[in-house]
Ligand binder design. Structure first.
Ligand code: AMP
Ligand code: GLY
Length: 429
């Protein structure tokens, strides 16, 4: 069948790479795609937020299956619109995507179904939120976490070390720094530990583990500087032992699916659990309702099973009937190349060369923000390329990925030099 993929980032390039390996995938289309995806799929200039245009395109081309990459179209009801038009799609409905679209919704679900997470309160006005924060911080110097309720492109979370920072973060939300997303605020207990991500593919009732990963959110080496969408990632996450994975599946993922089912909004799609591994065990930091970016770029190269088969089973409620996902035992690591200035402002349309050389050196290069101008490959975004490699250890995968990076000639690009450092220190022990 012909498949339509929605999105334009490195995550979608990795998905396109994997989807086109499936015998079930005839023609792949991508809306809107990027220069890398264009080598695997026919890119079509349709806005991912225009549900009507996507439904019309699917009808016109007789698309058999739609795979939605990013969160905004999910929260915007794309899967609902496709299902109403009898077009099969992979991803949650708008109601189920609230797990990502509303932090308050998720916290309430955790409270009701006894899912381990940070203690919290929800507020719809600044004075009450501030009163609560003052009371919580009165005991000493424990940090506190302030979150805009809605989607804020990863920017709506402040880990406040002081009362002043916390009060400022509350003002920023209610004064509209995150638009509608900040009309409600969640104030959370600060969790201490190591962060890791676990992915599960879900069919409404059943969840199947779809790998683990860790990413690096800060722009600078040793995890310093401002937060970004992610500067690199590796899979599997060494901190998540089989025992911890089992605990997360049993105590966090399964009750979430049961809770969503009980609420009449069964969850189908990818459940991406952001976890803190605390002294008291794993706790949920947040859910995303799609693959991570750049985590997807390290999951897909390790996945041996047919992705289309898994996604179709998830969308049809028949995951129990397909075999468990199979994995390459090697580690995968990806380094993000970004435009100088990111996550602040940066120049666009700067020329990139050497991708084929990086691939010859053994790396997989996924494009995150690229286009073509007069035939040349140019950067069109902040995060631009994801240079990815496999290795028998994270140390070896890191070496292979940076060997690939060294082949790329791009004056306006930069990357971190230490992706995977935590795992590599563990491997030295
Ligand atoms: P989120 O968008 O909810 O994943 O938050 C972004 C980042 O903020 C997370 O990856 C954590 O590093 C940090 N964070 C969020 N919530 C907490 C918490 N309750 N305790 C400690 N750190 C947190
Ligand atoms: N890498 C973080 C995210 O995809 O949300």
């Amino acid at each position: 069948m012909d498949i339509l993929l929605i999105g334009s980032g490195g995550r979608e390039h990795a998905l396109a790479w994997k989807l086109t390996q499936s015998l079930d995938c005839d023609e792949l289309y991508c809306a809107p795609g990027n220069a890398g995806i264009a080598e695997l799929a026919t890119c079509v200039a349709i806005d991912p937020m225009d549900n009507g245009a996507i439904v019309a395109f699917c009808r016109e081309r007789n698309i058999g299956f739609v795979v939605v990459g990013p969160e905004q179209p999910l929260v915007n009801g794309l899967v609902d619109a496709l299902e109403a038009a009898d077009i099969s799609a992979f991803g949650p409905t708008a109601a189920a995507a609230q797990l990502e679209g509303s932090k308050g919704f998720t916290k309430d679900l955790c409270a009701e179904f006894d899912i381990p997470t940070a203690a919290y309160q929800r507020f719809n006005n600044a004075p009450k939120a501030k009163m609560y924060v003052r009371q919580q911080m009165s005991g000493g110097d424990t940090p506190i976490v302030i979150k805009a309720d809605g989607l804020a492109a990863g920017k709506g979370v402040a880990v406040a070390m002081t009362l002043e920072e916390a009060l400022d973060a509350i003002d920023a939300c209610f004064e509209g720094s995150f638009g509608e997303a900040g009309a409600e605020v969640v104030v959370e207990e600060f969790l201490q530990g190591e962060e890791a991500s676990l992915f599960a593919i879900c069919d409404g009732q059943t969840a199947m583990l779809l790998g683990t990963a860790q990413d690096h959110k800060r722009v600078g080496d040793r995890d310093t500087g401002p937060n970004t969408g992610g500067m690199g990632a590796y899979s599997p996450a060494p901190v998540l032992s089989q025992e911890l994975i089992d605990e997360v599946m049993t105590d966090i993922i399964v009750p979430t699916l049961a809770g969503m089912h009980a609420r009449g909004m069964p969850f189908r799609g990818i459940l991406y659990a952001g976890l803190m591994i605390t002294e008291d065990g794993p706790k949920l930091i947040e859910y995303n309702t799609r693959f991570g970016d750049p985590e997807c770029q390290v999951l897909m190269p390790r996945l041996k099973s047919d992705l289309v088969e898994l996604m179709l089973a998830a969308s049809q409620g028949s995951l129990l009937e397909v075999p468990e996902a199979e994995w390459d035992d090697r580690a995968a690591l990806t380094v993000v190349l970004a435009s100088k200035g990111y996550p602040g402002s940066y120049d666009k349309n700067t020329v990139i060369e050497g991708i084929a050389d990086a691939e010859k050196a053994g790396a997989l290069v996924f494009h995150a923000g690229t286009g073509r101008r007069d035939g040349a490959l140019v950067a069109t975004g902040g995060r631009v390329l994801n240079v990815t490699a496999l290795g028998n250890s994270v140390t070896q995968a890191q070496k292979a990925a940076y060997d690939g990076v060294s082949q790329i000639r791009w004056d306006n690009g930069f990357c971190r030099s230490d992706i995977g450092w935590r795992a590599i220190e563990r491997e030295k022990e």
